[in-house]
Each structure stands twice: as structure tokens, then as C-alpha cells.
Design a protein around this ligand. Structure first.
Ligand SMILES: [Zn+2]
Ligand SMILES: [Zn+2]
Ligand SMILES: [Zn+2]
Length: 369
């Protein structure tokens, strides 16, 4: 199959993971842009901000005081989206139209915040591999703890980075929302992965990774355990999917220090390339998808640990993609192809450059991968 003809024709691509179609319009990449521009992010943040509710020793808005932490710091969100304790809501099933059309179910859970480090101004791209490994260990401890000590079925670890993504505090941190139900995105993916496994007897993401490693047209970064690529069906202009080469089901299977180090390295590579691409602190939402904390054997077996990086920037530090109009009412759409995006990201250095926002100029030729 020769996909290069798709460089110049409008077409749709299928996302087998999510089970939806994306409209791709490569011929539109030259149209002029007169829309909204974002203010470029200047990294002028101090290492400690007395006003920040995530910095060590500071008071949070809920009144609690942060300890003088030296590494990662995990706490229960003072304004959790779900309640841990509440009355059960379990309406009786019935066939009448009201029960059919006005459905609801109670949700219990607990939301955590994990500060990546005491430093107010160090993003994942600024951190040494060893410190990112520490964050991964913290995620593992949390996953295990919630799995063993709560009745909750799901944990969604995610990072919202940058004001463009609505992140309310620049202190680098992620969140982990644990819930009694499996949320929409992982639930839809899991359903499709299970159906694929039933139909073909193999793991969808293992098969997909093998195809991508053979074609090598959308690969952004790679090490011995992980591959970062712009997926065939990417929706966001520079969206990446980070896939484990081993078919691991959850992050607990990253057992050795070396396992965590390789995971940290690919996260570092992707976030650094992102920052270098438009010479800015690249905003994104990132999340880990993995097996539910509690589920059937089939749900566990069909899973394959992966990360989604969903960044909104389109063509510079100041031009953002909006999901509006046709995309909200008809179908997601993109202009530059995932292959073009992958080539641009692949060619970025994995060393941070320095610019007016204060980093050393360290440009090196991109590694041939
Ligand atoms: Zn802070
Ligand atoms: Zn797999
Ligand atoms: Zn996923």
C-alpha cells in the first residue's frame, strides 16, 4: 500500500483504538491564518514562588500546609472532582421512558496531585532522567496503593501543562483521578482492544507498533524499550503516542531501575523535542492509559501501556488549534499530516536549546532513527 498519495488529497483516517474517523486536509496547510494568537510562554519563573500553593512549605487554598519536600510530593486534591464518601445512588432499573432517557449513576473516587519536584520552574523537559524516574516510581506507588486499599476501578494519571491547556498553576505537577467507574476514553479504547484481540488473537497495539516500526514514517523517538510516534490517526497537529515495546499491562511491570530509566528517557525526549519545535514551553495534556485497577482477565490481557501527548499548538508558539465548528458538530479534522508532523519532531534535538527564556544553546544533529 502506497500512502504517499494521501499527501495531497483530502481523506479520512480510522482510529482503531478509539473507533472513530479523522478528516485530513493536507492541501489546506498553506492557507493564511488570521485567527487568535497565544502569548508566547517565557520561562521567567523563579525556582520558588511564595504565592504558589504547590511550592514547599506554602499554604494551600484549602488551608493545609505543604511539607518542605525535596523530591516528589503527593497529596489529595483539596477540591476533588469526585467524593470518596457519599450516599449510594443506585436507582432501580425500569423500562419506562424516564429511566431510559434520564440515566445517571453515582461515582465515588479520590483525586490526587503529584508535584514533580520542589522546583517551581522545572518542567519534565528540564529535569534529569533520574528525577523523572522518581516521578515514575511515585506513579507506581500510587497505582499500587489505590489498587490494594480502595474499591476503585480506575486511575487516570494525567498532566495538563501550560496556560493554553487551562493549567491553573505553572508549578510542574500531574494529577491522578481514581474513580469507581472506568471513564469514557479508556473504556472506549479497552472495548476496541478487546474486540481486536477476540477477532485476531493478538494485541492491537503490539500489531500497530510492528507496522510502524516496519514503515518508519511516523517515528519521533525510540529507545530499546519505547517508541514515540505520531499515530496514523492523530487528531492534534503534533500529537504523539508513546508505546512500550514490551506488551506490559500496567506501570507496575516496570520493575527494574533500568525499566523506569528507559521510560523516563522517552518522556524526556518527547517533551524536549516539543519545547525545541517552536522554541517555547510547549503546552500539552498527557495521560497514561493502562489496565484498570480492577477488571476481568480479558480486560487485563487486552491492554498495552501507552501515553498520549495531546498538544494544541499548530504552527508556532502563538498559533493554537481550536476544536470548533465542523469538528464539534461533524468530525475531527486536521491539516498537516501525521507524517509531516513526525518528520518535524524527529528532526528536533533531544537537548534543550537556550533562547531568551534562559537555556544553553545545545543544538546537535538529530539522531538517525
Ligand atoms: Zn510552586
Ligand atoms: Zn501489546
Ligand atoms: Zn489510549
Amino acid at each position: 500500500m502506497d500512502e504517499s498519495v494521501l499527501d495531497d488529497i483530502s481523506h479520512r483516517r480510522y482510529n482503531p483504538l478509539r473507533g472513530n474517523w479523522i478528516l485530513v486536509s493536507p492541501h489546506r496547510t498553506k492557507r493564511p491564518w488570521l485567527g487568535q494568537q497565544e502569548t508566547p510562554g517565557k520561562n521567567v519563573l523563579p525556582e520558588y514562588d511564595p504565592e504558589c500553593y504547590l511550592c514547599p512549605g506554602n499554604k494551600r487554598s484549602g488551608g493545609a500546609q505543604n511539607p518542605d519536600f525535596k523530591s516528589t510530593f503527593t497529596f489529595v486534591n483539596d477540591f476533588s472532582a469526585v467524593k470518596e464518601e457519599q450516599a449510594d445512588y443506585d436507582p432501580p432499573q425500569s423500562d419506562d421512558k424516564t429511566s431510559l432517557l434520564l440515566k445517571a449513576e453515582g461515582v465515588k473516587g479520590k483525586c490526587y496531585v503529584v508535584c514533580f519536584s520542589p522546583a517551581h520552574n522545572k518542567t519534565l523537559a528540564d529535569m534529569p532522567i533520574a528525577d523523572i524516574s522518581t516521578i515514575i516510581s511515585t506513579w507506581q506507588v500510587l497505582y499500587r496503593d489505590v489498587q490494594l486499599n480502595t474499591p476503585f476501578r480506575s486511575i487516570q494519571i494525567f498532566e495538563n501543562k501550560g496556560a493554553a491547556m487551562g493549567c491553573s498553576n505553572p508549578h510542574p505537577h500531574c494529577q491522578a483521578w481514581t474513580t469507581s467507574h472506568l471513564p469514557e476514553e479508556p473504556a472506549a479504547e479497552l472495548k476496541n482492544m478487546i474486540e481486536y484481540q477476540r477477532a485476531h488473537g493478538s494485541c492491537m497495539l503490539c500489531d500497530y507498533l510492528a507496522v510502524e516500526l516496519e514503515k518508519r514514517e511516523r517515528i519521533v523517538a525510540e529507545n530499546e524499550a519505547w517508541v514515540a510516534l505520531c499515530p496514523w490517526w492523530a487528531f492534534w497537529p503534533f500529537e504523539t503516542l508513546v508505546l512500550s515495546k514490551r506488551c506490559i499491562k500496567n506501570i507496575l511491570e516496570l520493575e527494574s531501575d533500568r525499566d523506569r530509566e528507559l521510560f523516563a528517557e522517552i518522556i524526556s525526549n518527547v517533551t524536549t523535542k516539543y519545547d525545541n519545535l517552536f522554541e517555547t514551553q510547549f503546552p500539552y495534556s498527557m495521560g497514561i492509559h493502562q489496565a484498570p485497577l480492577k477488571g476481568t482477565e480479558e480486560e487485563h490481557a487486552a491492554n498495552h501501556v501507552h501515553l498520549h501527548f495531546l498538544p494544541p499548538l499548530l504552527r508556532s508558539a502563538t498559533v493554537k488549534k481550536f476544536q470548533v465548528g465542523y469538528e464539534l458538530l461533524a468530525e475531527p479534522q486536521r491539516d498537516i499530516t501525521p507524517e509531516q508532523a513526525a518528520r518535524r519532531l524527529q528532526s528536533q534535538s533531544t537537548e534543550l536549546y537556550e533562547e531568551s527564556w534562559g537555556r544553553l544553546l545545545k543544538l546537535e544533529p538529530a539522531r538517525d532513527i
